[in-house]
Write a protein that binds this ligand. Structure first.
Ligand SMILES: Nc1ncnc2c1ncn2[C@@H]1O[C@H](COP(=O)(O)OP(=O)(O)OP(=O)(O)O)[C@@H](O)[C@H]1O
Ligand SMILES: [Mg+2]
Length: 407
């Protein structure tokens, strides 16, 4: 299963050093990140020139954590994962798995794929068509020379876990897409590896199956407790599954945080926009006023409780579901008068467009409240839901510390 595709350029000599010779003093300690990526670069050399697919990525993932790489197509997610697995050689930086260096350009270390304790589900989940379900799942154990009886037990356990035990005898090609996807997952979890790498494992499923498999995957991971690196460009998947997410763009990590923190209080405009719908108001000037910021925007002065006043480009963001309709007697900050320009009833939610001066704001309200087109309304933008984000292209990484082991 070695990676195909063009060579990755590398200034590393071909010296495959065994993992143990590079174990750190604190290897295997509870505080050691299970995965530590430091200043990783990866460059593809092709006929059309070179592409820096990974550019200075640093990530530390705690034991048992479900950690997601999220970003648009081509931002370097798969390449990062393949460097961790050992299918690609980085051009700079280092990777440690459970305190043991598996890749380090400076020290000329590169531990080959089969000596890294990882299991990977590939973006094109590639199951073997000439084998049965059980043979597919047994494959990684057989290549590792696990005794036959143990193979049988572990395969059946993995298939039961994934809900495919009844189909173990069936040719792998006689399965639905979702079932094949499960075989690929079973083949990964059967290895009982220290690190599970999943590259868009749900991308080939239809929307309904995807949601169902997402739920099952989350349950499976919390049952196994295996440290998991998950790659997706689907924000719903990332938000609902992850303990923490690294948002990536152009080979770089823009920001790392919990789903809640990144959705509710992102630091970067890119994160705000990538993680769902957002209303954006350019900040004309910002002054600190006690615990909050006072920000001049096209719809007036807003009190903003979140965000840092960075000198770079600045924007106030608020999610459409956090803008409220005020009642006539309401007082307090961030009240804005407007007129309903559009109403779209979608069932659970009503989507309003409200014009306030030259700005139109989207508001998503539960379907209990109804306002008509043309109606005058007063909006409230709660200060604690307003966030000042930087929109500079600075891309610096804010944080690489591992999160805590999920309870
Ligand atoms: N084998 C290759 N040869 C040359 N360039 C490559 C190769 N594989 C990837 N790239 C380039 O490297 C960059 C990162 O690609 P990568 O596959 O890591 O992105 P990704 O985030 O996984 O995207 P997607 O969401 O589409 O899978 C892209 O610009 C891509 O075109
Ligand atoms: Mg990819």
């Amino acid at each position: 299963m070695a990676g195909g595709g063009p060579e990755i350029t590398s200034n590393a000599a071909q010296s495959d050093v065994t993992a143990d010779s590079h174990g750190g003093a604190d290897a295997h300690g509870a505080d050691t990140p299970l995965l530590a990526i430091q200043a990783l670069d990866a460059v593809y050399a092709g006929e059309a020139g070179t592409v820096k697919a990974v550019d200075g990525v640093s990530i530390a993932v705690a034991r048992g954590e479900f950690f997601t790489l999220l970003g648009p197509s081509g931002c370097g997610k798969t390449t990062t994962l393949r460097c961790v697995a050992g299918f690609e050689r980085p051009t700079a930086g280092s990777i440690r798995i459970d305190g043991v260096t598996v890749s380090c350009i400076r020290d000329n270390v590169f531990v080959p794929v089969h000596q890294r304790d990882i299991a990977m589900v590939f973006q094109s989940y590639a199951i073997w068509p000439h084998m049965t379900v059980a043979q597919n799942v047994a494959f990684p154990l057989e290549t590792a020379h696990v005794p036959r009886r143990e193979v049988r037990n572990r395969v059946m356990r993995a298939l039961e876990m994934i809900g495919l035990a009844d189909l173990h005898d069936r040719p792998a090609t006689h399965l639905s897409g979702g079932q094949q996807q499960r075989v690929a997952l079973a083949r990964a979890v059967v290895k009982d590896a220290r690190l599970l790498l999943l590259d868009e494992p749900l991308s080939n499923l239809d929307a309904r199956l995807r949601v169902q498999m997402r739920r099952e995957l989350g349950q499976l991971q919390s049952r196994l407790g295996t440290t998991t690196i998950y790659v997706t460009h689907d924000q719903d998947e990332a938000l609902s599954l992850s303990d923490r997410i690294a948002v990536m763009r152009d080979g770089k990590v823009v920001e790392i945080g919990t789903p809640r923190a990144l959705y509710l209080a992102p630091r970067h405009l890119f994160t705000a926009e990538f993680l769902g719908q957002t209303e954006l108001l350019p900040a004309r000037s910002v002054t600190r006023d006690g615990d909050t910021l006072r920000v001049e925007t096209p719809i007036g002065t807003l009190r903003v409780a979140n965000g840092v006043d960075e000198p770079s480009g600045r924007t106030v963001m608020i999610r459409p579901e956090h803008i409220e309709f005020a009642t006539p007697g309401d007082t307090g900050p961030n009240l804005v008068d407007g007129r309903v320009a559009q109403v779209a009833f979608t069932g659970r939610v009503v989507e309003y467009a409200v014009a306030t001066g030259s700005t139109t704001l989207s508001i998503h309200a539960l379907s209990g409240s109804m306002f008509d087109q043309g109606e005058a309304v007063r909006l409230r933008l709660p200060p604690e839901r307003c966030v000042l984000v930087g929109d500079a292209d600075d891309n610096h990484q804010d944080e690489t510390e591992p999160g805590h082991h999920p309870a």
